[in-house]
Design a protein around this ligand. Structure first.
Ligand code: CP3
Length: 340
């Protein structure tokens, strides 16, 4: 299927584009009333994610309603632990929770390496339906969590302010830590390759908890595994978003991926110098900037676009859009990028 709008893919590869492509992290299923309507027709997030027709519907909503230049498949980074044998629950208003955790050698033995096609068939079905219904309008982004971020949830069993249990593991039991990280990495490669076979046009790794590690530990326990994934995925462009990893920008620039995501704490000029000209940069407006009025949102967006001028760029926020943002302000952001 030929894409009518392939701005995202061309920008990722560093090719010329008529304008900068724009999409938002977490654009599916957070801010739209149309999402909430679908969400209320099922028992919860997990049922929605596991019902391919509905997952495809909410994946396409932001394309129809907001005019973004890409769709991102509706799922979660935590489907990987589940496929490895560690099921999760989504607790209303509190977030993800795992009844079991992985903290010992015997916990490790109960896990398996996930096979994308068999263990996560519902994601592949959702991707196929989405591709069919998008009918080439925009590219579809597949995604996974980076191994360190997934490790943190599997050890901790939930979100955490400090992730001190998972960081304790890195110090007290590096052998266990590397074994678990390798299992996650192998599972993630299988999963992303299955998403690409099903139709994903680009894949993104979310290292949401990158910023809680120091530079040396980040190198040893996160980048090493992200690097394996980047080397393994040669079929489509890869984006790495390592939130808070300002200290690793030079090293991120050396990965064999096309795009590096920036959060809003990272200076654009400085990041570009550290990462180098061989990568596209994605980001990086402060998600809170969308709490402003239309003039303020326009001004903040133009300011960001001005700083990226002349650089390889995919416009986005510096993290996922916040759930209480007015969709009208998201439209102002998108429109301002398109007109820049
Ligand atoms: O980008 C998209 O809109 C596609 C779908 C998507 C979801 N989660 C759906 C979701 C994506 C890309 C994710 C990624 C994700 N999930 C990350 C990495 C990105 C980031 O924000 O740093 C992380 C850390 C998670 C884990 C997770 N899932 C948390 C902490 C929560 C609870 C709070 C929250 O963020 O909403 C979730 C739940 C979740 N994942 C929801 C959605 C739409 C809300 C559940 C609901 O509808 O009840």
């Amino acid at each position: 299927m030929l894409l009518q709008n392939d701005l995202l893919l061309r920008a990722a590869r560093g090719e010329k584009t008529e304008r900068t492509p724009v999409w938002l992290m977490r654009q599916a299923g957070r801010i739209l009333p149309e999402y909430r309507a679908v969400r209320e027709s099922v028992s919860g997030f997990i049922e929605l994610a596991q019902t391919p027709e509905l997952a495809a519907e909410v994946t396409i909503q932001p394309v129809d309603l907001l005019g973004v230049d890409a769709a991102i498949i509706f799922s979660d980074i935590l489907v990987i632990p589940e496929a490895m044998g560690l099921p999760y629950e989504m607790v209303e208003k509190r977030g993800p929770w795992f009844p079991n955790t992985v903290r010992s050698e015997s916990d490790l033995k109960k896990l398996r390496i996930a096979e994308g096609d068999n263990d996560l068939q519902y994601v592949m079905d959702a991707i196929q339906i989405t591709k069919k219904n998008l009918n080439g309008r925009v590219p579809l982004i597949g995604f996974a969590g980076a191994p360190w971020t997934i490790f943190a949830y599997m050890v901790e069993g939930s979100g955490s302010k400090t992730f001190s249990l998972s960081r304790e593991k890195l110090y007290r039991d590096p052998v266990f830590s590397h074994q678990l990280l390798q299992l996650i990495t192998d599972s993630t490669i299988n999963y992303l390759k299955a998403q690409i076979r099903a139709g994903a046009d680009l894949v993104q790794l979310f290292d949401s908890w990158a910023g809680i590690l120091g530079p040396k530990q980040y190198e040893e326990f996160s980048l090493k595994y992200i690097s394996q994934i980047c080397d393994a995925i040669t079929e489509v462009p890869v984006t790495v978003f390592a939130k808070g990893a300002f200290f690793a920008r030079e090293a991120l620039g050396k990965l064999s991926c096309e795009t590096i995501g920036l959060d809003w704490n990272m200076g654009i000029e400085e990041s570009s110098a550290l990462i180098g000209p061989s990568k596209t940069l994605q980001g990086n407006l402060d998600p809170a900037a969308l709490y402003g009025n239309p003039d303020q949102v326009r001004k903040a967006t133009q300011d960001m676009m001005g700083q990226f001028r002349g650089k390889r760029h995919i416009a986005n926020l510096g993290h996922g859009v916040y759930p209480d943002i007015d969709p009208e302000m998201v439209k102002v952001f998108i429109q301002t990028v398109k007109e820049f």
